[in-house]
Design a protein around this ligand. Structure first.
Ligand code: ZN
Ligand code: ZN
Length: 254
C-alpha cells in the first residue's frame, strides 16, 4: 500500500494544502486508488499526480468541514471535462450522499445530470465493516465539533489509520490497535483542548496502540512554523514508534 500525502495542512495555512492522502495499491493484479479527504486546496495536488480520469476508485470524507470536503466540486467537474466514464464512490458517515450533492449543486448548479459518470455512496458507520475495492473500511467517532469518523483501512495484514479531525477517543484508540501507519491530526502541541489532537497526545496514542509508524498532520500553522524544532525533538524522544512529520508530496510504503 502506497500513501502519498497530497497535503498535510490545517484549514487556513497559506503554504501547505489541506490534509489529504492518496492511497494506491494492487489487489489481485488490479490497481486500486482512493483519496482520503478533499479540502479546497487539494485538487491541484491530485491533478499534479497525472492520473488518468478513470483511475480514482473512491473518496473517503472524514467529516463535513470545508478543509476536508470542499475540493469535491472542482474534482468532479474536471472529471467531466476529461470524460470520465467509471462510477465514483464516496464513502463516509451517514448523510454523505446529501452532503456531496449539496456541495456540487451549490458550486456548479444543474451539473450533476451532465457529469457522464455515476456517483455511488457508501455509509460506513461505527460497528459496520465495509469491504469494497478489496479493502476493508472500519470507523470510530473522534472528538470534534463537527462529527468526524476516524478510518481504519486495511488490505490483508496491512493497515492504515486516518483520524480526520479530532481528539482521540477510547473508540478511536481501539480502532488504531496495531496499525502499520497511524496518521493523526496534531493541531496543538501539548495542551489538551477538546475538539483537536495534540502532538503529545498522538505520541502517547501511537505507543499505547502499538502503531508501527505515526505521521503527524494538520498541525496549526503558527505552531508548525515557529516550534517545528520542538515538535521534531518530541517526536524523536519516542523509542518504540517511528514518528514522521510529512511534507506535501511525501510518499510512504506500508
Ligand atoms: Zn481540518
Ligand atoms: Zn474539522
Amino acid at each position: 500500500m502506497e500513501i502519498t500525502f497530497l497535503g498535510v495542512g490545517e484549514a487556513f495555512d497559506e503554504k501547505i494544502p489541506n490534509t489529504s492522502m492518496l492511497v494506491r495499491t494492487e489487489i489481485e493484479g488490479k490497481s486500486v486508488s482512493v483519496l482520503l479527504d478533499c479540502g479546497y486546496s487539494v485538487p491541484p495536488k491530485l491533478w499534479q499526480q497525472g492520473m488518468q480520469p478513470d483511475t480514482l476508485d473512491g473518496i473517503w470524507i472524514s467529516h463535513f468541514h470545508a478543509d476536508h470536503a470542499f475540493g469535491l466540486p472542482a474534482l468532479l467537474v474536471r472529471f467531466w471535462e476529461e470524460k470520465r466514464k467509471k462510477d465514483l464512490c464516496f464513502l463516509g458517515q451517514k448523510g454523505i450522499e446529501s452532503f456531496v450533492l449539496k456541495c456540487l449543486n451549490l458550486a456548479y448548479p444543474k451539473f450533476h445530470p451532465r457529469l457522464g459518470f455515476s456517483l455511488r455512496f457508501e455509509e460506513v458507520e461505527p460497528g459496520d465493516t465495509l469491504t469494497t475495492f478489496g479493502l476493508s473500511w472500519t470507523t470510530a467517532v473522534n472528538d470534534h465539533p463537527q462529527r468526524d469518523l476516524a478510518l481504519r483501512l486495511a488490505e490483508k495484514e496491512k493497515s492504515l489509520f486516518y483520524s480526520g479531525d479530532g481528539r482521540p477517543t477510547s473508540e478511536t484508540r481501539s480502532l488504531a490497535a496495531g496499525v502499520d501507519l497511524l496518521v493523526h491530526e496534531a493541531f496543538h502541541l501539548s495542551k489538551d483542548i477538546p475538539g483537536h489532537g495534540t502532538v503529545a497526545g498522538c505520541l502517547e496514542m501511537a505507543r499505547d496502540c502499538k502503531a508501527k509508524r505515526l505521521a503527524l498532520v494538520h498541525i496549526q500553522r503558527d505552531l508548525r512554523r515557529e516550534r517545528f524544532k520542538e515538535i521534531r525533538e518530541l517526536a524523536r524522544s519516542v523509542q518504540d514508534v517511528e514518528v514522521i512529520i510529512p511534507k506535501p508530496g511525501d510518499r510512504i510504503l506500508i
